[in-house]
Design a protein around this ligand. Structure first.
Ligand code: ZN
Length: 240
């Protein structure tokens, strides 16, 4: 009896030791996991905090290697920032950039300059209209930047607060882009993805937010949208 009892106690002790060892091991694993998480390389800081697309013209001289890497692949931008106004450039801060939204102007044959000037003139109009875009790409592939990337545009409804907007000109009612507009769009979007730590998965249509028929051709032709996304991805992969 005594021996059995003793054996029983002994077994209990072993269990306790095993339990304690298990607990220590668990704590060790947890500590290691925390250390690993802390050591995991953090994503690079939003470079746009220090350099922004609209600054290219002023920072092109004496670039540091870091700056040169940032600008690699950036298409030529014609920076014509809108005069601050409530209708198109409210100067509301864009704190986060989580996506890029593609639009079409819905105004066949209009140029990038005309669309930019339309936004500009809204500022002095009495119309109850609030419209703008960070970038407008013209029929010849020219890119006009209207809003700094640190500020919100009025283009994408609920996603104005965390996206950059690109309006594309188009020659006719179909909403299809000219090859020049298309190429510039691919280049600009891929570069913006790189510059703002996004991926081509973060590129969406206005349609994906509101169901609006915008950009018309790429809503009505899903295959064309898929092709555009894949062309953006290919260009993006060449930059990163
Ligand atoms: Zn739109």
């Amino acid at each position: 009896m005594r021996r059995r009892k003793k054996g029983k106690i002994h077994l209990g002790q072993t269990q306790r030791i095993l339990l304690a060892a298990g607990a220590v091991l668990l704590i060790l694993i947890l500590v290691l996991a925390v250390i690993r998480t802390r050591r995991r390389p953090q994503p690079p800081p939003l470079q746009a905090e220090s350099i922004r697309p609209e600054d290219k013209n002023t920072s092109s001289e004496s670039m540091s290697p870091e700056e040169a890497a940032y600008w690699a692949g950036c298409p030529e931008l014609d920076v014509q920032l809108l005069t601050p106004n409530a209708h198109s450039r409210p100067q509301l801060p864009l704190v986060e950039i989580n996506g890029i939204v593609i639009h079409y102007t819905a105004n066949p044959g209009s140029t990038a300059q005309e669309n930019r000037d339309y936004f500009e003139n809204l500022g002095s109009s009495d119309e109850d209209l609030y419209v703008s875009s960070h970038f407008v790409i013209g029929l010849e592939g020219e890119i006009i930047q209207c809003i700094p990337s640190s500020e919100m545009s009025y283009a994408s409804n609920d996603r104005n607060t965390d996206t950059l907007a690109i309006e594309c000109c188009h020659p006719d009612e179909s909403g299809a882009f000219t090859p020049a507009t298309y190429s510039a769009l691919v280049e600009l979007t891929a570069w913006l993805c790189k510059a703002f730590d996004l991926t081509p998965d973060d590129v969406i249509r206005h349609y994906d937010i509101t169901g609006k028929d915008c950009p018309k051709y790429f809503v009505e032709h899903e295959d064309a949208w898929e092709r555009l996304k894949s062309d953006i991805t290919e260009q993006y992969m060449s930059l990163v």
